[in-house]
Ligand binder design. Structure first.
Ligand SMILES: [Ca+2]
Ligand SMILES: [Ca+2]
Length: 225
């Protein structure tokens, strides 16, 4: 499910946007739906101007100042890792310049047998182009809770009117997780507003160096200015 969620979200966005192919994929002026791009390339490059055609086909500098929401998810690549090792993010990302973004998200992170809820913050440096390789760094801070028996503490923990009934339990804090990571990946602008992303992150966590590993994932984002 962790791998499927971003894909599902992507399909929903793509379906509701009414397109089945990346916008303008058969033309060199691909982002004429964006007013800034449309103004810049109102007069398209001549048929023989290959360089000009290429430039307008890759240009995504108009994203400067845009911001949006994203959903992403990833999983550890290690084949022998414990089941459910991975992360799901829902967050916001902003183009500070055409080539630099900042992002923050709420994240569910499964690792070391615990499920952590936390915040993920990061920055990415990319090429200001339709297909855009990027490199970045981020940090995650989260905490985990666990369910433990509570049938001998003289408290009605679940507030059902019975104290210490058979099977009564409670949640308690069970740990912090801090992680920092460098990441590399690639964006592709499906339309001037919808961006797909694939990434690999090398997570260094407080779980210990044995748990450091690559998290490979992908996501979809919807931007506007
Ligand atoms: Ca009770
Ligand atoms: Ca109790």
């Amino acid at each position: 499910m962790k791998r499927q969620l971003p894909l599902f979200a992507m399909l929903c966005v793509v379906a509701t946007s009414g397109c089945t192919l990346p916008s303008g994929i058969l033309r060199s002026r691909w982002a004429m739906d964006d007013p800034d791009y449309a103004a810049k390339y109102a007069e398209g490059a001549e048929k023989t101007d290959i360089r000009g055609k290429l430039k307008q086909a890759v240009d995504a500098r108009f994203q400067n100042g845009s911001s949006g929401m994203f959903v992403s998810g990833g999983a550890y690549v290690r084949p022998d890792s414990q089941s459910g090792m991975g992360a799901i993010d829902v967050g916001v990302e902003s183009y500070v310049t055409s080539y630099l973004t900042t992002r923050g998200s709420l994240t569910l992170f499964a690792g070391g047998g615990d499920l952590f809820t936390g915040l993920d913050l990061g920055m990415r440096l990319q090429s200001p182009s339709r297909l855009a390789p990027f490199a970045g760094a981020g940090t995650f801070a989260g905490y985990a809770r666990e369910v433990v028996p509570a049938d001998d503490d003289w408290i009605d923990n679940d507030e059902d009117g019975f104290i210490d009934e058979h099977g009564e339990d409670r949640e308690r804090f069970s740990g912090f997780l801090l992680a920092v990571y460098p990441e590399v990946g690639t964006h592709f602008w499906w339309t001037p507003n919808i961006r797909l992303t694939g990434f690999g992150r090398y997570l260094v966590t407080t779980e210990g160096r044995d748990d450091d590993d690559w998290l490979i994932g992908g996501g979809v984002a919807l931007f506007s200015k």
